[in-house]
Design a protein around this ligand. Structure first.
Ligand SMILES: Cc1cc2nc3c(=O)[nH]c(=O)nc-3n(C[C@H](O)[C@H](O)[C@H](O)COP(=O)(O)OP(=O)(O)OC[C@H]3O[C@@H](n4cnc5c(N)ncnc54)[C@H](O)[C@@H]3O)c2cc1C
Length: 411
């Protein structure tokens, strides 16, 4: 079949390869000018060991403190509050214990397959060198905060996830540069990517080498008709008529889904980061600073500190005071880190759904249009498994994962 993919971010690119594998003709439509796309600036974690949605007891516990601090880990810009309200209401509803259980099961269903799917994809393209298998470390400033998360660790263990609780001396041996932490947990199976932007450019290059086409255009509407699905673009010459269309345009998918009769509660959790010269942090592996709202990753592009959740929509300018605040907090854990060095600062748009589950499935109007967006904090982690699910939908094959929890019609 002739398949148009709207959006060549990490999700669209992985889908392109899955469809090429199955002998389809692929046309990627993407203007290629979106510097805030999270595909390029994310933290690079294949965090398949994560099981909790954002609407979790951990977030609610920290929320009052976080909201008091305008530069803290989670902020809502007051001017954006009215626009965010419908999303927030759904977020509160998604925090009910039964709903958390449903989200956890659906996150786990995808995450359990996420790493094998990435390994298969990367090795088929001879890109396995992008995968770094050094585990991921979570650290806590205070022992009592760590004690409060033990139930989550038990749940992870019960799901067969490797969870190594470290003593303070283990921690010091593993990461000598790290100070002021009282507790730590190593997830030995978690991985990271050499550099997310580099991975995406390799995936695009190889898709084109494998015969995919690229139209440098912005899709403005998707219209299923008898003879095929029309993708209207901002330049008429780039319009496409395809047998099937996949919408994988991250946060920008919302207006496209609207043209197909689907009102999706998709909003953006804006994230920030700073990338310092390689080796600046002196850390050997990715680290989650629990309760602080940021993580670090040793990438090929440099040492990245990033995170934060800011609800402010797509139009507001970045507030890099948030990045500065994150760097100042990191410095407390890394006394030898020269925070005054030059660093590249970035802000990007996580495409987030209140229940922390992506939208994967056919549109309401026509099952020739398939959605694959809204992966929130897990878009890199889940891109390869998403591509398999999408290819199965296109080929009308059943998947091992029940797709009901990700349906666009669940809202
Ligand atoms: C600070 C930060 C750290 C993160 N860290 C991690 C992490 O460690 N691990 C993890 O798993 N996830 C992480 N994420 C989340 C992850 O980056 C995203 O979920 C993921 O990149 C989403 O990918 P995507 O392809 O759906 O969307 P995007 O990356 O947004 O790509 C969408 C593409 O669609 C294109 N597009 C937009 N509109 C149109 C249109 N109208 N027509 C055609 N094309 C269009 C854009 O140009 C873009 O190329 C992080 C996010 C942030 C912000």
């Amino acid at each position: 079949m002739r398949i148009a993919i709207v959006g060549a971010g990490i999700v669209g690119l992985a889908a392109a390869h899955a469809l090429l594998d199955r002998g389809h003709q692929v046309i990627l439509i993407d203007p290629g000018d979106q510097t805030a796309r999270p595909t390029d600036g994310n933290a690079g974690w294949i965090a398949h060991t994560d099981i909790m949605p954002l609407a979790s007891p951990k977030v609610w516990r920290n929320l009052p403190n976080w909201l008091m601090d305008p530069l803290g880990p989670l902020t809502i810009r007051p001017a954006y509050l009215p626009s965010l309200m419908p999303w927030l209401i759904r977020f509160v509803l998604a925090s009910a214990p039964t709903r958390i259980k449903t989200s956890m099961a659906a996150i786990r269903a995808m995450n359990a397959e996420a790493l094998p799917a990435w390994k298969t994809l990367l090795s088929s393209l001879d890109l396995s060198a992008h995968l770094r298998e050094k585990g991921i470390l979570s650290v806590w400033k205070h022992q009592d905060a760590f004690e409060r998360t033990k139930d989550i660790l038990d749940r992870q263990r019960n799901l067969g996830i490797g969870v190594d609780i470290l003593s303070r001396s283990d921690l010091a041996k593993l990461e000598p540069a790290l100070h002021n932490v009282e507790a730590g947990v190593l997830y030995p199976e978690a991985c990271h990517i050499s550099d997310p932007a580099h991975l995406a450019s390799d995936l695009l290059r190889l898709a084109l080498e494998r015969g995919a086409q690229h139209r440098a255009a912005r899709a403005v509407a998707v219209e299923p008709k008898d003879g095929g699905v029309h993708v209207h673009t901002d330049s008429a010459a780039n319009a496409v008529i395809a047998d099937r269309v996949i919408i994988a345009a991250g946060i920008w998918s919302r207006p496209l889904a609207r043209t197909l009769g689907d009102r999706i509660p998709l909003d953006t959790e804006r994230g920030y980061n700073a990338t310092y010269p390689k080796g600046s942090f002196g850390l050997n592996r990715p680290i989650m600073f629990e309760g602080e709202g940021f993580v670090t990753t040793p990438l090929d592009a440099g040492d990245r500190v990033g995170g934060a959740v800011e609800f402010a929509g797509l139009e507001a300018k970045p507030n890099h005071e948030r990045t500065s605040a994150m760097i100042a907090r990191l410095k407390r854990f890394l006394p030898d880190f020269d925070a005054g060095q030059e660093a590249r600062r970035w802000m990007g748009f996580r495409p987030s759904i209140p229940d922390s589950l992506p939208v994967i499935g056919p549109s309401r109007q026509d099952n020739r249009v398939v959605y694959a967006f809204g992966h929130g904090h897990h878009g890199l982690t889940q891109a390869a498994i998403t591509s398999q699910l999408v290819a199965n939908l296109i080929d009308e094959m059943t998947s091992g994962i029940d797709l009901k929890p990700y349906s666009a019609q669940r809202f």
